[in-house]
Design a protein around this ligand. Structure first.
Ligand code: UD1
Length: 419
């Protein structure tokens, strides 16, 4: 497995371009199964998760070509309705093929997922949604087996707002007979982007961006061309990288509206943030002010930036409280940050970070995607050398992170097959 080595202490300076959003492109790729023909998706990040989804689509029978941020998917010859364990265990988002397969072919066999090690991540809401649309769903030897001669529109109400379940039910409902209402739908921008993609294909969806999606099923959808929205988590990670290293960075090809909750917290922490139409400029303050965050659903503070925020707060002038409300035990990075000298106490889903003024380089291990990013941030500021092991997690979600950091002046490199 590869590792990333960082010699910390260099303020980041310059400009960086943000890639397309991983969490937007994955459901769009699954949604191509809803129509027959040739799709083109642009601004696609070159990530392991995108390759895994491409592999899954090929197993199902699609032809997939990927070059220069452009995906071409031809779904004319699909005829296999299974997502095998070997793939799904490496990427939880594989479950996104459940809704499209069921809607278009009336059957799907999808392994129960694996993915990031961030506590228990059930799929009960996905299954309940399919049952609400009158599919029969059984679990058989680790697989979800779902069937429906024709899905029927229905009222689907989620107790918990779930990005994945909303996307899956939305994709299933666009070809269902009649009207579907999804209550407590996720409002994340990646779900709105998926809905826009489906509308372009010919779906009838009202309430996009709100907590209630209303869908009128149609009998047929068409292939389309589409541009993926910028990755708000990559954007936020670079904003924090500028602030933590005492740097000044212009973040380009992004959308400031997507990271408004982070921007407001950054300003509270004394970071200077200026916004243009597709650009954000971040300049570090002399002293970082401790600032509490509580993760919540969009437009609240994203759980996918919690670990990175914690690293920033390790350098603040006092104590801050970080509360995680989406994935209660998403604190695997704490033990690794402590190895670098951080002072963090955890009590259930609340952690208290005491700013320490400096971190000291060491060898640390990534446990999941966003935890890997927080360790890279820590390495950028730590004195001496930091080796971040198991960075295959990072390759799932950050396109060319080390070359982007080098472009901003960081002293970092990848060592292949070294741990
Ligand atoms: C997506 C994102 C992930 C992000 C998360 C929360 C993708 C590919 N991944 O993950 O990066 O961290 O949203 O913003 O887009 N839940 C249930 N039952 C279910 C499904 C979810 O109880 O069937 C719970 C989860 O345990 C969690 C909450 O709902 O507590 C939100 O999870 P969800 O929004 O579904 O996350 P994902 O779609 O897996």
């Amino acid at each position: 497995m590869d590792k990333i080595v960082i010699k910390g202490g260099k303020p980041l300076k310059g400009a960086v371009k943000i890639s397309g959003a991983k969490n937007a492109v994955l459901p769009m790729m699954a949604a191509t199964l809803l129509a027959e023909g040739r799709f083109e998706i642009r601004n696609v990040p070159d990530l392991r998760d995108v390759k895994t989804m491409a592999h899954l689509l090929r197993i199902i029978g699609a032809k997939v070509a990927f070059a220069e941020s452009r995906l071409v998917i031809d779904t004319s010859d699909c005829g296999f309705y299974e997502a095998p364990y070997e793939l799904v265990k490496t990427m939880r988002a594989s479950i996104y093929v459940l809704g499209p397969l069921l809607a278009r072919y009336g059957q799907a066999r999808v392994s129960l997922p694996g993915g990031c090690a961030i506590g228990p991540r059930p799929v009960d809401l996905h299954l309940k949604g399919m049952e609400d649309l009158k599919a029969t769903v059984v679990l058989d030897k680790g697989y979800i087996v779902a069937k429906a001669r024709k899905l029927r529109g229905s009222s689907v109400s989620f107790d918990v707002s779930s990005v994945g379940a909303t996307g899956n039910v939305l994709m299933a409902s666009v070809l269902a007979e009649g009207r579907t209402v999804i209550n407590n739908a996720a409002r994340e921008p990646e779900i709105s982007a998926l809905a826009e993609f489906l509308v372009k294909m010919g779906a009838e969806i009202e309430g996009i961006g709100s907590g209630q999606l209303r869908i009128h099923g149609v009998s047929k959808l068409e292939p389309v061309s589409f541009d993926v929205i910028p990755d708000r988590i990559e954007t936020g990670t670079f904003m924090i990288a500028a602030a933590i290293t005492g740097g000044e960075v212009e973040i380009q090809k992004t959308d400031p509206k997507l990271v408004a909750s982070l921007t407001s917290k950054m300003r509270m922490a004394n970071v200077m943030v200026e916004e243009g139409e597709s650009v954000i400029f971040c300049k570090a303050p002399e002293r970082l002010k401790p600032t509490n965050v509580t993760t919540s659903v969009y437009p609240g503070f994203p759980t996918d930036l919690q670990a990175q925020w914690m690293t920033l707060m390790c350098l603040a002038d006092g104590s801050s409280v970080i509360q995680e409300t989406i994935f209660f035990d998403r604190f695997a990075h704490v033990a690794e940050l402590r190895r670098l000298g951080a002072q963090i106490q955890v009590n259930e889903n609340v952690s208290i970070v005491t700013g320490v003024g400096k971190l000291i380089g060491a060898t640390v291990m990534s446990s999941d995607l966003r935890a890997s990013a927080c360790l890279i941030l820590a390495g950028l500021i730590a004195q001496g050398r930091t080796d971040v092991l198991r960075i295959y997690h990072l390759d799932r979600g950050y396109e060319k992170i080390e070359s982007k950091l080098v472009g901003l002046g960081a002293n970092t490199w990848r060592e292949e097959g070294s741990s």
